[in-house]
Design a binder for this molecule. Structure first.
Ligand code: MEV
Length: 320
């Protein structure tokens, strides 16, 4: 790769955690997501020739990128098109703390950081609507027909209540909570999980719609608990949400085992987060120190890594 100038730009985005309402959100129900302080950074440098990518997954020309990167490649090409620049003469280098395919919004974060970096590089201002348009191109490849919550959550600095037809509303006056995130180490299957829920709904419309409505009520109650700082209630609602996700068939043995383990270690509540069928689970701790203990227990119980953090300070600690 031949750098031809010192011209460069950087775009960043954080990841997200869905606290309540995943899957139900696809059917127009409410969901709550919060920013998660793992970040991805895209650095752009001027080079000679084709646009190239430097990443852990792939190094080489944009046009030969593997199909796993189709969504990001579409997003890059469309961004060049909108910026009215030829798609060449740059290298995009990705540095990510966000594990891929774990329900933490890595694809939406990657696309967001790319679009931000490209607009920065060409010195153009980027409107929020245009950012959503470009990121959603990539998200449709990753998830089929996404609800849009991932994209909203990775571009927000606050907890959000999201509904498909209403978009995202900040949850103001949220209190501090302590969360533990555990990675099963298994790539989650969001696309397959969404499809499976759809099939279940077709087979048993009445029951599945009832469960989706129950998740909606749980999410609405959780919003109140987040504002009032009622961590006991919030934990209980997480457990209730997890039971509904199990019924929808999107959990698995390891996720359920980690949920039980967190509760045995005094967590106020626990559930899977994101698409499920692998990926991550979350649990609610009493404080950061309790979060560390729950994290250690989860590692012993089979988690590949854990993070505990405060929702207010975004102070984050990783254990492996
Ligand atoms: C994925 O992070 C969340 C799901 O609800 C899918 C979506 O909202 O598009 C499972």
């Amino acid at each position: 790769m031949n750098m031809i100038s010192q011209k460069s730009a950087v775009g960043e985005a954080h990841s997200k955690i869905i606290l309540f309402g995943e899957h139900a959100v696809v059917y127009g129900k409410s969901a709550i997501a919060i920013p998660f302080p793992l970040r991805i950074r895209t650095k752009i440098n001027e080079i000679e020739g084709d646009t190239t990518i430097t990443s852990l997954l792939y190094n080489g020309s944009l046009k030969d990128a593997p199909k796993e990167m189709n969504g990001l490649c579409e997003c890059i090409k469309e961004t060049f098109y909108i910026l009215k620049r030829p798609c060449c003469n740059i290298n995009l280098e990705f540095e990510s703390e966000i594990p891929m395919g774990r329900g933490l919004g890595s694809s939406a974060s990657a696309a967001t950081s790319i679009v931000r970096a490209l607009f920065e590089y060409f010195n153009e201002s980027l409107s929020t609507d245009l950012l959503y348009h470009l990121v959603s191109l990539s998200e449709c490849y990753a998830h089929g027909k996404p609800s849009g919550i991932d994209m909203m959550a990775v571009t927000s600095e606050n907890p959000i209540l999201f509904r498909k037809e209403k978009g995202a509303v900040d949850i103001k006056d949220d209190k501090e909570f302590y969360l533990v995130v555990a990675d099963t180490g298994m790539i989650g299957g969001t696309r397959i999980a969404v499809e499976q829920v759809r099939q279940k709904q077709e087979e048993n419309m009445e029951r599945v719609n009832h469960v989706l409505n129950e998740i909606n009520s749980i999410t609405e109650e959780a919003r109140e608990a987040i504002i009032s700082g009622d961590s006991k209630k919030l934990g209980m609602l997480m457990n209730e949400n997890h039971i509904r996700l199990v019924e929808l068939g999107v959990s698995n043995q390891l996720l359920n085992h980690l949920v039980d383990n967190a509760l045995e270690n005094g967590a106020l509540g626990a559930k899977l987060t994101g698409g499920g069928m692998g990926g991550c689970m979350i649990s609610l701790a009493k404080n950061l120190d309790h979060g560390r203990l729950i994290g250690q227990a989860l590692l012993q119980a089979g988690a590949k890594r854990t993070w505990h953090f405060s929702t207010k300070t975004q102070e984050i600690y990783k254990q492996i």
